[in-house]
Design a binder for this molecule. Structure first.
Ligand code: SF4
Length: 404
């Protein structure tokens, strides 16, 4: 990333939604400027590590009824389901330029299998909210049917979706009608050149059109997720907050995590939460959100422009690396091929889909899930906190196949 480019981001940027985005150099030229992160690619990252065969070993001490409690007394009520591992972008901090070895169709959960697994989680295990993730969920053509089925079974369940919004402009209303509640949109920059460099696709205008359609369809509150990378988009903190609050979005900054397909993550490239707060405070005052954080991954702040008392909006910071929040973690995850991950950084998974396909009943599936969550590690996939620890081992499954 050349310095000039970095400098360009200090100008206040206001990109009205739905605007056609053009850039002097044109998409092809920009793509050539990608920062290659290199590094060996694991043999088959989509079939990672040790698999716990369901029911093979009962987790000693695991509850045999009720919710998803772990050994540390945490209870998982925040369900994250990845519906596909494929994505239509190639973000440099997530996957290699030519993608990953995708899961074969036969190993992906079907529309009805996803519906059933969510029903078990909500009705037998006390899940209180659902986040649909990917890869990129919009890659699934049956997404509206998946959501409609889940909504039919769970009329009051908050259903959100993490998406890059490419293609959302054509589907926002149908997803809303199917029962989707709101969206988190991944957007790391407001500059078309930086966008094309970071995602390896010239689609910023499609993302902005998707955001406009999501707002028009009432898929709110809309949150914007931005991963900050040193020397790439770290000078866009204030412009992103300014743009988000001006458009009624909640801006959330995410510390870059060691879950990339190229395995080139380095702690030195992480923009720590304290620096993000300091950057925001150049133009805004931050007040801790009086509603508190609870088990939410993001620490939330009220935002006011300097010299103003009016609340301009909210900003969140997800600081897994420098200010971890594992002690209150309430997340449980299911991958697109139906494996339970008790933690984002788990080295172990439990195969729920095979048990389902082999005819397990709902209580059988629920108990497999309880067992899997009972042995959830304390933090960061192990019983020791810290992603920047020298002995930290990155899990085999990458973020693109977990979904966040
Ligand atoms: S690292 Fe694991 S335990 Fe910590 S907050 Fe994330 S999912 Fe929860």
């Amino acid at each position: 990333m050349d310095a000039d480019h970095a400098h360009a981001t200090s100008r206040p940027v206001s990109v009205p939604l739905g605007a056609t985005v053009t850039s002097a150099a044109g998409p092809a030229a920009q793509l050539g400027a990608i920062r290659s992160t290199g590094g060996p690619r694991p043999a088959d990252p989509q079939r990672p590590g040790p698999q716990r065969e369901p029911g093979a070993v009962r987790a000693t001490g695991a509850p045999t009824d009720g919710g998803l409690q772990d050994r540390f007394g945490r209870v998982a009520t925040d369900l994250r389901v990845s519906v596909v591992d494929k994505c239509n972008l190639r973000c440099t901090y997530c996957m290699p330029a030519d993608g990953m070895p995708w899961l074969p169709q036969s190993q992906l959960m079907s529309t009805d299998e996803i519906r059933r697994i969510v029903r078990v989680a909500v009705q037998s295990l006390g899940a209180e909210e659902l986040r649909l993730t990917g890869g990129e969920p919009l890659v699934r053509k049956d997404l509206e049917f998946i959501i409609a089925g889940i909504r039919a079974d769970n009329p009051d369940l908050p259903i959100s979706m993490t998406t890059n919004a490419v293609g959302l402009d054509r589907r926002a209303q149908a997803l809303k009608d199917a029962g989707l509640t709101r969206v988190n949109v991944s957007l790391d920059t407001l500059h078309p050149e930086t966008f094309a460099e970071l995602t390896r696709r010239p689609h910023l205008d499609k993302v902005l059109a998707g955001l406009q359609a999501a707002r028009a369809a009432g898929l709110g509150p809309i949150k914007i997720n931005a991963v900050l990378l040193r020397g790439i988009n770290d000078t866009e903190v204030v412009p992103l907050v300014d743009w988000a609050v001006s458009n009624g979005f909640e801006m959330r900054f995410i510390e870059d995590m060691p879950l990339d397909g190229d395995r080139s993550w380095s702690a030195t490239n992480v923009i720590p939460a304290r620096d993000i707060r300091a950057a925001i405070e150049q133009s805004f005052s931050l007040t801790a959100d009086p509603r508190g954080r609870g088990a939410a991954p993001a620490e939330r702040w009220e935002v006011r422009r300097h010299g103003e008392t009016t609340l301009a909006g909210h900003v969140g910071i997800i600081s897994s690396v420098t200010e971890p929040f594992c002690s209150a973690c309430s997340r449980t995850r299911v991958t697109a091929d139906g494996r339970i991950r008790s933690c984002l950084f788990s080295h172990e998974e439990t195969d729920l889909l095979t048990a389902l396909r082999d005819g397990a009943d709902d209580e059988g599936l629920a108990q497999i899930w309880r067992d899997a969550m009972w042995t959830k590690p304390r933090a960061h996939g192990s019983d020791r906190v810290g992603l920047a620890r020298p002995d930290f081992v990155q899990p085999e499954r990458t973020m693109s196949a977990i979904g966040g």
